[in-house]
Design a protein around this ligand. Structure first.
Ligand SMILES: NC(=O)c1ccc[n+]([C@@H]2O[C@H](COP(=O)([O-])OP(=O)(O)OC[C@H]3O[C@@H](n4cnc5c(N)ncnc54)[C@H](OP(=O)(O)O)[C@@H]3O)[C@@H](O)[C@H]2O)c1
Length: 253
């Protein structure tokens, strides 16, 4: 059975990836959609009656839910053509303003789930299969005021680049997506402790465009997908200049 798996499929960029997958007619026997909000996942079957969706209302923080995903893969023994990992969240605020539990949750969902879900799906990835991971431009530089989130996305970027190098034999196309701020529900939770900095409002991207670019970059087998001129420039300068220089200015009270 040929399948695609999309996590974070209940909202934002995950939703856009489901739509793009459908538009690209990949002839998948099933698309497995993962997130906690079951009713939102079930809506996919109503929207696209011609496609079979497997609804997996899983919390990627819960061991029993990861076990369930592992068992389901083992039973079905699918050939995974497309794997897209979008589940993630961030909370803005200085380290001491965010509870230890919330910080650990960010590490769990943004980092541990990447490691665990990847380990589960990799044995079933098809030759030349596609893997797309949502990292963030926050991965380019430490971010005072968003420290745990930025560190978690630096982890994702580093992990995905290594995974890509390890996957050469199977010729997997593996891409880390690193957008700046994107207009999604992400900010409902991100801004519970802080207002959005004005410069982020100016460069807020359309999720459709970010996802389309990510899809195209992955088709071209690019390692990193960065949407928009401002973020491309940010990527470049954070590679060229010492991070200590930026850290003198950002996140000051
Ligand atoms: N928006 C931005 O500015 C931005 C910028 C760069 C990178 N990103 C990254 O892009 C990815 C997608 O974010 P988005 O902007 O599309 O945000 P979003 O609209 O809030 O979507 C986040 C998705 O993650 C799922 N999720 C969160 N916690 C989960 C858990 N414990 N178990 C299972 N699923 C979980 C949510 O589903 P349920 O709530 O239904 O579980 C939702 O589908 C994230 O990794 C985010 O860090 C976002």
């Amino acid at each position: 059975m040929n399948i695609g798996i999309i996590t974070g499929a209940s909202s934002g960029m995950g939703k856009e990836f489901v739509k793009l997958t459908m538009q690209n007619h990949l002839e998948l026997d099933e698309i497995w959609v993962i997130a906690r909000r079951k009713e939102r996942l079930e809506a996919w079957s109503d929207l696209y009656k011609e496609q079979k969706f497997r609804i997996l209302p899983l919390d990627l923080q819960k061991k029993e839910d990861m076990d369930y995903l592992g068992k389901t893969l083992e039973e079905v023994q699918p050939h995974i053509e497309l794997f897209i990992h979008c589940a993630g969240f961030g909370i803005m605020g200085r380290i001491q303003e965010i509870s230890m539990e919330e910080q650990a949750e960010m590490v769990d969902v943004n980092c541990r789930s990447v490691v665990e879900v990847s380990s589960l799906v990799l044995p079933y990835m098809k030759y030349r299969g596609r893997m797309i991971y949502m990292a963030s431009a926050a991965a380019f530089l430490p971010q005072p005021g968003f420290a745990v989130y930025a560190a978690s996305k630096a982890f994702v970027l580093s992990y995905v680049r290594a995974l890509r190098a390890e996957s050469r034999e199977k010729q997997l196309r593996v891409t880390a997506v690193c957008p700046g701020a994107v207009k999604t529900e992400f900010f409902n939770r991100a801004l519970t402790k802080k207002h959005l900095p004005a410069y982020k409002k100016l460069v807020m991207a359309d999720p459709k465009k970010v996802v389309k670019k990510a899809w195209q970059d992955n088709e071209k087998n690019k390692e990193v997908s960065v949407y928009g001129k401002v973020m491309k420039l940010t990527h470049l300068v954070t590679k060229l200049l010492p991070h200590s220089l930026f850290l003198q200015f950002i996140g000051r009270k």
